[in-house]
Design a protein around this ligand. Structure first.
Ligand SMILES: CC(=O)SCCNC(=O)CCNC(=O)[C@H](O)C(C)(C)COP(=O)(O)OP(=O)(O)OC[C@H]1O[C@@H](n2cnc3c(N)ncnc32)[C@H](O)[C@@H]1OP(=O)(O)O
Length: 208
């Protein structure tokens, strides 16, 4: 299995139509920036990613899941396992993932990308603080999980989160696998797993 950028349905950005778009009979000036766009991230997005991440995590726990260098590494090594949501060209939410080869996540998973494996490790999902509690985190996660069905060979998505986010991931279809072997500073985590089902069906029916 290869994670090829060219196979990614998100390698070409797609835009969400806004209400009323295309119904006027008058010629309309084209907007340069789409209202809403989902696409894989690139190393050029690393600074925007890190700004959102830093605000989301440093003020709360003092630790970011990924350093700026790690963001850059993952967006260089496996951009096809990332997804960004842009509004008017501004990043509002993102997911960064990498490949992982074992049943459970281990400490090395925090910094490694294992290519050609059947599991993706979701390192971080984060929504800009001005855009939280509007459903964006849930929508982005749902889109990402649908998208993973189209990545050849992927069967599982794994992540770790603090206890208070377990219900959020359960609502998205993740199962709680118990306490993770990974700890950061004094923090412990639950490991969550999602089975990426129906790949063949998804490929036949969703334009993968
Ligand atoms: C693998 C990981 O990255 S784990 C870490 C996840 N990221 C973070 O903690 C960074 C800071 N937080 C965020 O970026 C966002 O709040 C996210 C990603 C957790 C959720 O995204 P949002 O767009 O705010 O959530 P969305 O509006 O889709 O869903 C809201 C639900 O999320 C859950 N939720 C969101 N934040 C929290 C929180 N701090 N504590 C408890 N539940 C929460 C609740 O279940 C809420 O449901 P409710 O509306 O019934 O109260």
């Amino acid at each position: 299995m290869t994670h090829q950028v060219s196979r990614s349905p998100f390698s070409k950005p797609f835009h969400m139509k806004t209400l009323g778009e295309g119904v006027s009979s008058r010629p309309q000036r084209r907007h340069t920036l789409p209202a809403s766009e989902f696409r894989n991230l690139t190393p050029q997005d690393a600074i925007s990613v890190f700004e959102i991440e830093r605000e989301a995590f440093v003020s709360v726990s003092g630790e970011c899941p990924l350093t700026l260098d790690e963001v850059l590494n993952f967006l260089s090594q496996c951009p096809e396992l990332s997804l960004g949501w842009f509004e008017e060209g501004q990043l509002v939410a993102f997911i960064i993932g990498s490949g992982w080869g074992k049943e459970r996540l281990e400490q090395e998973a925090m910094t490694q990308h294992i290519p050609d494996t059947s599991a993706v490790h979701i390192h971080v999902l984060s929504v800009h603080r001005h855009a939280r509690q509007q459903g964006k985190g849930s929508i982005l996660l749902w889109r990402y999980l649908q998208y993973l069905r189209c990545v050849p060979g992927l069967r599982r998505a794994l992540l770790i989160c603090e206890d208070f986010l377990v219900p959020f991931y359960q609502k998205a279809g993740f199962k709680d696998k118990g306490q993770s072997a990974i700890s950061v500073a004094n923090l412990t985590f639950q490991e969550m797993e999602y089975h990426i089902g129906g790949a063949a069906y998804a490929r036949r029916n969703s334009g993968c």
